[in-house]
Design a protein around this ligand. Structure first.
Ligand SMILES: Nc1ncnc2c1ncn2[C@@H]1O[C@H](COP(=O)(O)OP(=O)(O)OP(=O)(O)O)[C@@H](O)[C@H]1O
Ligand SMILES: [Mg+2]
Length: 415
């Protein structure tokens, strides 16, 4: 029975899932663990080693206990302010006269792109070939076996600061877990919530979390832009706290229970009751005031995403499938309408799909990353460079040990 464990290190919670691949080839989630954490992991980075390790261990232990299995390797999501991407073009000569394209030709392209994308302090999380052009004319998405004399490819390279990744991996290895694969978190969210059709038509995915707003753009079926901005639901909560002079816990509750993304969705006579600092009795306040505070921050976040698209010359109008919002803050009432108005584009809220088991629990946009990690690992899509290299080494070891076995049996026969 194949098992996959995934961990999402969010700014508000650590969540772990364990899935088995059932007899029908479906991903069946059998273990779930969640630990709400406060400031041990902020914006994708570990800020308090011991507390972070405790949260990760508890989430994984909870998931293992529910599943009744032990796992020693995990798939993790990476996100944070240093997440960035670039698209690189590379050409390889296949042969004259033309011959069939092999995996080695593709590996050559990736190797060259990797050596060209090297940057101090950063490491490549994924290198994803977007499409191939054969002999300057034909476009191919899976070129292995096709005949050509030269092949050009555009590769989407996703990078992240090396030290924060190392810190996460060190914590996990200290807990006895090997990091089997790493994926950029917004790519995992995309895997969980987007349909293939949306990816083909062009879509902007926004994962509106607690500390981060991570995003990726898909066009022609593959990622074109990946990144993350350091603002999220925590900022909205803090604004509500400041404005209403209430504690962060109270502000969080008010936001979740009474919040809304658009003032025009709230009528003038709606009221909320709060007890500000220094007051002993509750006071009434127009709900519209609360929603104004939320909307202003949401507009700032949306504007920051728009700037990123502009900077990268991506035209939203060309993304025919519009925008999909996921992450915990997608649950703010009115987020769909807010997004449609702000970006002048179609929008929907994305919930994770494509796994069975614990469906009710996982029908929540906060779990898009962790569900997507399971799916990416299972379908072996967009494999991280490290795991591909390890696979290469493993294949080498496999070949070597097969050669030894053969040698041993020959020797036995001779003896
Ligand atoms: N019903 C709701 N209304 C408004 N906000 C909500 C609601 N439910 C959750 N949130 C917000 O969602 C955020 C948590 O989302 P999520 O779990 O996606 O974040 P995370 O993955 O922990 O953090 P990040 O990805 O930013 O590091 C919190 O800021 C929380 O206040
Ligand atoms: Mg998150």
């Amino acid at each position: 029975m194949a098992l996959i464990a995934a961990v999402d290190l969010g700014s508000s919670k650590v969540v772990a899932l364990i899935a088995e691949v059932d007899a029908y080839g479906e991903l069946n989630v059998i273990g779930f663990g969640r630990v709400n954490q406060d400031r041990a992991i902020e914006r994708g980075m570990i800020t308090k080693l011991e507390s972070a390790a405790n949260a990760i261990q508890s989430a994984l232990r909870e998931a293992q206990e529910m599943a009744g299995v032990k796992t020693t390797s995990v798939v993790i999501g990476i996100s944070g302010p240093s997440l960035k991407s670039q698209n690189e073009r590379e050409i390889v000569h296949i042969s004259t006269p033309p011959s069939r394209i092999t995996q080695e030709n593709i590996d050559r392209i990736i190797e060259r792109v990797l050596s060209r994308s090297r940057e101090d302090g950063y490491e490549v999380i994924s290198a994803i070939p977007r499409r191939y052009t054969l002999d300057d004319q034909e476009v191919a998405y899976d070129p292995i076996g096709l005949v050509a004399s030269k092949m050009q490819s555009e590769v989407h390279v996703i990078k992240f600061a090396s030290n924060p990744v190392r810190n996460i991996e060190n914590v996990l290895s200290g807990l006895g877990f090997e990091v089997r694969e790493r994926f950029a978190s917004p790519i995992a969210s995309a895997e969980a919530v987007l349909s293939q059709e949306e990816k083909e038509e062009g879509v902007l995915l926004i994962d509106l979390g607690a500390g981060l707003t991570s995003y990726c753009v898909y066009a022609e079926g593959s990622p074109l832009l990946t990144g993350s901005i350091s603002i999220g639901g925590i900022n909205i909560t803090k604004d509500v706290g400041h404005f209403m002079k209430v504690s962060v816990e109270q502000a969080e509750r008010i936001k979740v229970e009474q919040g809304c993304a658009l003032t025009e969705m709230v009528s003038e006579d709606e009221e909320i009751t709060i007890v500000p600092r220094g007051e002993t009795s509750p006071i009434r306040l127009a709900r519209k005031k609360l929603v104004e505070v939320i909307q202003i921050r949401l507009e700032e976040i949306a504007e920051a995403v728009r700037q990123e698209l502009n900077k990268n010359k991506i035209d939203l109008e060309a993304l025919h499938a519009g925008i999909v919002i996921t992450g915990g803050s997608a649950k703010i009432e009115g987020m769909k309408v807010f997004t449609e108005r702000f970006f002048q584009s179609a929008a929907r809220i994305g919930l994770p799909v494509g796994v069975i088991g614990l469906r009710d629990k996982l029908q929540d946009p906060s779990y898009s990353v962790v569900v997507g990690l399971l799916k990416l690992a299972y379908h072996k899509r967009f494999r991280s460079v490290v795991s591909q290299q390890q696979d290469g080494k493993n294949q080498f070891h496999d070949k070597l040990s097969r050669a030894f076995d053969k040698l041993k049996s020959i020797l036995r026969e001779i003896i």
